[in-house]
Design a protein around this ligand. Structure first.
Ligand code: HEM
Length: 492
């Protein structure tokens, strides 16, 4: 008797032969009863699903968050109470602009999307490797991304499109200054920091809310590469590096820190704390260390556990919440919508997205609804309220009602233009913190990418850099002139 694993059809029945198909005679055509062949070919046609519209190319791993500081002073969040508590996590890193089969070593922001599988549900922090973002107005996001991705006609990266967007949005220049700096190309996903970027919130048992920013500091040390060094790395270096280190037991980790601001401090602070293009200077709001994040397990199946891994900034648990940041607010809606399109209505039931705690609600059915009573997760009742609470029908928990969120101003509904809200001072501060070598390199990168861009955009970029810091503008202008000269001499 054979001890081999039996090869079966999707219905579980044994496959007697997968080497040849049924044909009419040795040389003859296929017959219509080739259901085994047809099942195989039909499933193959459906192996792919839409890739993420942004952050399509990524790598993920699983691990643990260990709390080192009890945060019950600022939050009731179960996973943040009681030092020493551990919570399973999934962390997906990504590039932003490229498709799933693009290269890893590009000058681009990196995604840093973290899912805490807490005992009170999944909490997602869907951040980046930078503490700020290009825009503070969400309606600009699709336009912005169109300029970062391939040009619709040439199907190539187009620096005119990119710089034209940035020149028209000086608010982008803090992030542009990070992107064009040494941090623009991380050596690997292990050697970069992560940031929640947005201002988020926490609230405690007394109903007091604080605003927080999350920081994840790499314990591997920051390591970046130049454009030239990037060309020497394997195109799939990020995936290779992360996968092999974890496979070899060399687990990457990050020290987790928070900046905390009270509501009263927020009202008085000179910087709008909900402006995603701004950091909170550490001198004003020092970092509080709260724990360690370690990645120690590779996915068993990339498609099931990474391609289908679905994050949303709206995945909150009791004790944590959003903030009035307009970009965050739009993201609270956008991600679940993307998942419903990409993974269908019941994406939350996929094993990698399923909370590690019971799920009990009255939503039912839909495409690929896989959970039934036998999971012990759904009660028989599909309506609420009902008279069946004693039989286990789920009821809301009023003790978790979030304290009302304050509006910090006399709030009239309308279109408020914030495009002129101090676009350059933090870009300037960052530039001034660079040493000579860093200044040389960033202005050289900007100059080289501006060469083929229209004169009007070049001039506006130089003007915005100059407004951030005169030396910044002067050097970009000089670098552009040098690269233009070189481009000309290369052609004669
Ligand atoms: C209006 C602003 C934004 C919109 C509408 C938006 C929308 C999206 C969408 C639709 C996806 C694909 C989701 C999927 O199919 O799984 C995505 C992915 C992502 N976004 Fe955003 N985004 C915005 C801003 C941001 C910001 C500010 C950050 C970081 C601070 C960010 C970080 C990410 C990350 C890390 C991913 C990949 C998540 C993963 O690994 O699956 N996005 N975004």
């Amino acid at each position: 008797m054979s001890h081999h694993t039996r090869y079966t059809m999707a219905n579980g029945a044994p496959v007697p032969n997968d080497d040849v198909s049924l044909t009419a005679g040795e040389r003859g055509p296929l017959t219509f009863d080739n259901w085994r062949l047809f099942e195989k070919l039909a499933h193959f046609n459906r192996e792919q699903i839409p890739e993420r519209v942004v952050h399509a190319r990524g790598s993920a791993a699983f691990g643990t968050f260990t709390l080192s500081d009890d945060l019950s002073d600022i939050t009731i969040a179960d996973f943040l109470n009681k030092a020493g508590k551990t919570t399973p996590v999934a962390l997906r890193f990504s590039t932003v602009a490229g498709g799933q089969d693009s290269g890893d070593n590009v000058r681009d922001v990196r995604g840093f999307a973290l899912k805490f599988y807490t005992e009170q549900g999944n909490y997602d922090i869907v951040g980046n490797n930078t503490p700020v973002f290009f825009i503070r107005e969400p309606s600009k996001f699709p336009d912005f991304i169109h300029t970062q991705k391939k040009d619709p006609r040439s199907n190539l990266v187009n620096w005119q499109n990119r710089w034209e967007f940035w020149a028209n949005h000086p608010q982008a220049f803090h992030q542009v200054t990070i992107l064009m700096s040494d941090r623009g190309i991380p050596y690997s996903y292990r050697t970069m920091n992560g940031y929640g970027s947005h201002t988020l919130s926490m609230w405690n048992r007394d109903g007091e809310r604080v605003w927080v920013k999350w920081h994840f500091k790499t314990n591997q040390g920051i390591q970046n590469v130049t454009d030239e060094q990037a060309l020497t790395l394997a195109p799939d270096h990020h995936q290779r590096d992360l996968f092999s280190h974890i496979e070899n037991g060399d687990f990457p980790s990050w020290t987790v820190k928070l900046q905390v601001m009270t509501e009263a401090e927020a009202r008085a602070y000179r910087i709008n704390p909900f402006d995603l293009t701004k950091v909170w200077p550490h001198a004003d709001f020092p970092l509080r260390e709260i724990g360690q994040l370690e990645l120690n397990r590779n996915p068993d199946n990339y498609f099931a556990e990474v391609e289908q891994l679905a994050f949303s900034p709206s995945n909150f648990v009791p004790g944590v919440g959003a903030s009035p940041d307009k970009v965050l607010q739009s993201r609270l809606w956008s991600y679940a919508d993307a998942h419903r399109y990409r993974l269908t209505a019941n994406y939350a039931q996929l094993p990698v997205n399923r909370p590690h705690c019971p799920v009990n609600h009255y939503q039912r059915d839909g495409l690929m609804a896989g959970m039934h009573r036998e999971d012990g997760q759904y009660s028989l009742t599909n309506f609420y309220p009902n008279d069946r609470v004693e039989n286990g029908a789920p009821v809301p928990a009023p003790e978790f009602i979030e304290p009302p969120m304050p509006l910090e101003e006399e709030a009239w509904v309308g279109y408020f233009d914030n495009s002129e809200d101090d676009n350059v001072s933090q870009a300037g501060n960052l530039y001034r913190s660079f040493d000579e070598g860093q200044r040389e390199r960033i202005t050289n990168v900007i100059g080289s990418t501006l060469v083929d861009v229209s004169a009007s955009v070049q001039q506006r970029v130089i003007a915005i850099c100059s407004a951030a810091d005169p030396d910044y503008g002067t050097r970009v202008e000089a670098a552009l002139a040098a690269h233009t000269q070189k481009a000309v001499s290369d052609h004669i």
